[in-house]
Write a protein that binds this ligand. Sequence first.
Ligand SMILES: *Cc1c(COP(=O)(O)O)cnc(C)c1O
Length: 384
Amino acid sequence: MTSLDTFAAEKLASLEAKNLRRELIETGRKDSIWMTRNGRRLLSFSCNDYLNLSQHPAIEKAAIAAIEQHGVGAGASRLVTGNHPLFAQLEQRLARLKGTDAACVFGSGYLANLGIISAVVGGNDLVLVDELSHSCILSGADLSGATVVTFRHNDVAHAEELLKQHRPKHRHALIATDGVFSMDGDLAPLHDLAALSQIYDAWLLSDDAHGIGVVGGGRGSSFVGGKKAAVDLQMGTLSKAIGGYGGYLCASQNVIDLMKSRARTLVYSTGLPPASVAGAIAAIDLIERDPNYAIKPLRKAKAFTARLNLPEAQSPIVPIVIGSTEAALNASRMLEDEGFLVTAIRPPTVPANTARLRLTFTAAHPNAEIERLAAIIGERILGH
Ligand SMILES: *Cc1c(COP(=O)(O)O)cnc(C)c1O
């Protein structure tokens, strides 16, 4: 064994001892909600494919047509020769959906945050991050070299306190938060954070990975409640409700132009394959054409939370916090025996002692199965 092997083996043993070792399980997906694992058919409440668009015939058709016309790969960075004609179309559609001047498509949501944050802030600047924000916001903030300070989850008063304390010592400041929190399903107070940004001359970034397509009439978390929140940087992913793969930023024309010169993950990474871009355009077509479709996942989540007297769902994500990793894993196994795939989410994805079941609802989940799942969870996990 090399010292590298020894290091890896010891690290794995220590993760194993804490129930934190992770494994990839081969999963076949069919009809977007039914999975096969280890030869068993399971109904998934774990996918982020909220609108079941990842296997939608019209979107598959658009992706296949793009391969036939443009090939399977972009061939280079978009800055070199990878900027095939579909990008401009998708960027116009995203900007229109989000109500901004312009948009920029990235390789993934994760890459988008790495590139965006490090393009707008640097060593003399401040990034204020909600403590429950997605890992890629923190990675982007770390990469930028800015001073990173976290505020208590959705606590605008705490964010203001920290701005009072730190803002004067820095040139620029950025407030960054999930719009819909990925492991909790609640919404960020974007209007209040936007007001704070105004007062302290900070810029606001919201990560709408779990908002686009499913809240705010399909337009995302900045549009919940009808009045658009003044978010300078609306980023998100094409990999969840949009059904495919890729990331984006919607912002002013100047900011988007800056990304195309300075966002490292755009400049130095190959452009998205044509099929992914064409699929996203077709998905946005569907979402814009039928606003009632976008409402379905949240409606199903709300029926579930009402049935179990849980706090009302604000998005299609519903957490059931269990506590210990072992108990969360056991709960997940029990549900698997009942035919449901509900993945246990463990630290460090969520804070210590808050291991949980994270349920996601999609437009296609049958109501009778939601009822059966609620009954089992009520009786055997919540102890109703
Ligand atoms: C999934 C997710 C991302 C990453 O998006 P990908 O396109 O999968 O890389 C970013 N932010 C949040 C909040 C997410 O949930």
